[in-house]
Design a binder for this molecule. Structure first.
Ligand code: ASP
Length: 443
């Protein structure tokens, strides 16, 4: 098959063309045209992905749990998954702190730019602070209360309730194990069929990915530039070192932690892992949402990396909501950067506090664009840094959001692969392009 017919190359092409179009559009003042005639295609693609997220999690998790022979296995997989998620997030934060303390990017922002940034983004910063105040007022056990919905249809009607959907699917799956086989059989057959249909829908929606990615990236560039391309260049100049610190941290975390885990627990070559996950990472990059990317992540893990459905259906939806290594790492770098830029010193105690709050905050961060910056306000308050300081970094946040979301999704897939390997449920990776194409039912 020629390279240009392969999905990941098509997506990369869409991304590059979208980038070029975005820059030209921003330079020529085509914002309104882009918003009215290009952006909607990105929205359609995004909606397509979001629309199948809840049915996919429900069908595949019920199916996965119902096929378990004993419930001990479920709690073993659950315990293992949560432990690895927490450990990798703590490592990510530590890497972020090491990079930011060595590079000291906060000391490199020119004084006049600092004042200008604080002025320009003051009102945006205060709206993030209001959002954070709402999140902070919740009691310590509210996170657990929120997992149990009071209405099944209510839970299933909102994508941000993914943990509730996971909870309901687990309950139904457990119920199915406990009723008599002849009662359970038709329900399981239905769920199995639904599951296959939805996985096919992911393939169908992904056919639109190159166009969707083009539109999303073009729209992002014209919105960030806001009619003044020079503004992006000036921001990149002033915040360049901060951005390099975040990006370096993310690369180090993926190269050390994820590679280490894959090498330690699986025999999968790193190239195979990235070749399989490439399209999901590209979707994460353009959508900035691990929630919207979830259907693609699940499909790639199961169909390309050989992760069993039982493991993927449990580990990945959980990961999309509670495992955000990229976000936690970024929060650590950003918190110290803001403190440095405001001339404050954060001692060891404050930095340990950052580790703790960033790990906890990443669990509570929604898998949607810009969620990380709201939780950053809470971290800043915990270590006594003025939260209005986020005005300094808001201008480049979207770009970093795209990159940290890639890390978040890669982390979920790494843990799913590792858990599958330790459970003896990692099949042989299948990177043939066959699965990217719509298969028709045999006649
Ligand atoms: N956009 C991120 C995600 O969905 C969350 C964040 O860091 O803002 O994974």
């Amino acid at each position: 098959m020629p390279w240009y017919r392969k999905l990941h190359w098509q997506i990369i092409l869409g991304l590059l063309l979208g980038l070029a179009f975005g820059v030209i559009a921003a330079a020529n003042g085509w914002q309104v045209f882009t918003r009215n005639w290009v952006a909607p295609f990105g929205k359609i693609f995004l909606n397509g992905l979001k629309l199948i997220a809840v049915p996919l999690v429900l069908a595949s998790l019920i199916n996965g749990v119902a096929s378990l022979s004993d419930l001990k296995k479920l709690s073993r997989i659950g315990g293992k998954t949560i432990a690895i998620y927490l450990i990798t997030t703590a490592i990510a934060v530590t890497i972020g702190l090491a990079v930011v303390n060595i590079m000291q990017p906060g000391h490199r922002v020119p004084e006049d730019m600092r004042n200008q940034l604080q002025e320009t983004y003051a009102s945006d910063a205060s709206s993030q602070e209001t959002a954070a105040a709402g999140a902070k007022e919740r009691g310590p056990l509210q996170v657990i209360v929120d997992i149990v919905p009071d209405n099944f249809f209510g839970a299933a009607s909102n994508n941000s309730n993914m943990l509730q959907v996971v909870f309901v699917a687990l309950l139904i799956g457990i119920g199915l194990i406990q009723v008599s086989p002849e009662k359970a059989k038709p329900v399981i057959a239905f769920v199995e069929g639904m599951n296959d249909v939805i996985i096919r829908l992911v393939d169908l929606i992904m056919l639109m990915a190159p166009i969707g990615v083009f539109a999303l990236i073009a729209d992002t560039i014209t919105s960030v530039a806001g009619g003044d391309l020079g503004q992006i260049v000036r921001l990149l100049g002033a915040l360049g070192f901060y951005m390099i610190a975040v990006v370096l941290g993310l690369i180090l975390h993926m190269a050390i932690t994820y590679t280490g885990l894959l090498k330690l627990f699986t025999k999968m070559p790193i190239r195979t892992f990235y070749a399989g996950m490439g399209p999901a990472q590209l979707v994460a990059f353009t959508t900035s949402s691990s929630g919207a990317t979830l259907p693609v992540t699940m499909e790639r893990c199961e169909e390309k990396l050989g992760v069993s459905e039982e493991v993927s259906a449990f580990v990945l939806p959980l990961g999309a909501t509670i495992n955000m290594d990229g976000t936690a790492l970024y929060q650590a770098v950003a918190a110290v950067f803001i403190a440095q830029a405001l001339g404050m010193q954060l001692g060891l105690g404050a930095q340990l506090m950052i580790v703790l709050t960033a790990v906890l905050a990443s669990i509570g961060t929604a898998a949607v664009p810009s969620a990380g910056i709201v939780m950053l306000v809470i971290i800043l308050e915990a270590v006594g840094v003025p939260s209005a300081g986020i005005a300094l970094i808001l201008g480049v946040d979207r770009i970093l959001d795209m990159l940290r979301t890639v890390t978040n999704v890669t982390g979920d897939a790494t843990v799913a692969t590792v858990v599958a390997a330790t459970e003896g449920q990692l099949g042989i990776p299948d990177l043939s392009e066959e699965a990217d194409h719509i298969r028709m039912r045999p006649a």
